[in-house]
Ligand binder design. Structure first.
Ligand SMILES: Nc1nc2c(c(=O)[nH]1)N[C@H]1C(S)=C(S)[C@@H](COP(=O)(O)O)O[C@H]1N2
Ligand SMILES: [Mo]
Length: 199
């Protein structure tokens, strides 16, 4: 009887001990995995993480405009939609971060015309336009670039890439396709367009 009891106790002890060891091992694996991820992050020069928390489903147009707007992808689809040629996104460093992106979108110029910039007279042209993202990233344009330069016909708010709605990079992206390097004024997670006047 004593022998049986001893055997049971020994068995329970061995089982418990081996489970602890296994748990510790998987715990260590996890720890190693975490630190190796930290040590060798996947190549991402901008530090951008695809994250749904950054997505804005609306684009506000505000500042020195007669008609402030809050636009959605649906409201853009009701405007003049243009299909863009395949585009590479090239960082200021020269690295291509995305290739052969085929987008659809609306000209920023058309959106600004809809909002109507508050110009006092025809010499009142010293406005700048800020395209801002939810993470604080921004790109700037001047009135002259948009309304008196080919850039105006090459700057789009896009909402579709390769036939799919944009998801992880926001719902709308600003793209200036005639920039020498397209990365800097490629604003993902776009949330607002602000029109400001130089005093
Ligand atoms: N909102 C937001 N947009 C951004 C950035 C950013 O950090 N935040 N980085 C820019 C830079 S430096 C580059 S090169 C491109 C890279 O775009 P991609 O990751 O869509 O290819 O996004 C640009 N747009
Ligand atoms: Mo970049």
């Amino acid at each position: 009887m004593k022998k049986v009891l001893f055997l049971i106790v020994a068995l329970v002890y061995i089982l418990t001990f081996s489970r602890c060891r296994n748990q510790k091992k998987s715990g260590e694996d996890l720890k190693n995995k975490d630190s190796s991820t930290l040590a060798t992050p996947s190549h991402n020069h901008t530090g951008i993480k695809d994250t749904v928390s950054m997505v804005s489903t609306t684009l506000s147009v505000s500042g020195d405009v007669n008609f402030p707007l809050v636009l959605t992808v649906d409201s853009l689809k009701k405007m003049k939609v243009v299909g863009l040629d395949s585009l590479n996104i090239v960082c200021q460093s020269g690295a291509t971060t995305s290739s052969s992106v085929k987008s659809r979108g609306v000209l920023l110029k058309d959106i600004l015309e809809k909002a109507s910039i508050k110009q006092v007279n025809h010499k009142d042209r010293n406005f700048y336009i800020v395209a801002r993202a939810t993470d604080g990233y921004k790109a700037t344009f001047s009135w002259g670039e948009i309304f008196n330069n080919p850039t105006g016909n090459n700057t789009y708010i896009t909402f579709e890439e390769n036939g799919q709605p944009i998801v992880t990079k926001g719902s709308m992206i600003l793209n200036c396709v005639n920039d020498i390097r397209t990365g800097p004024r490629h604003v993902i997670w776009l949330k607002s367009i602000e029109v400001k006047k130089v005093d």
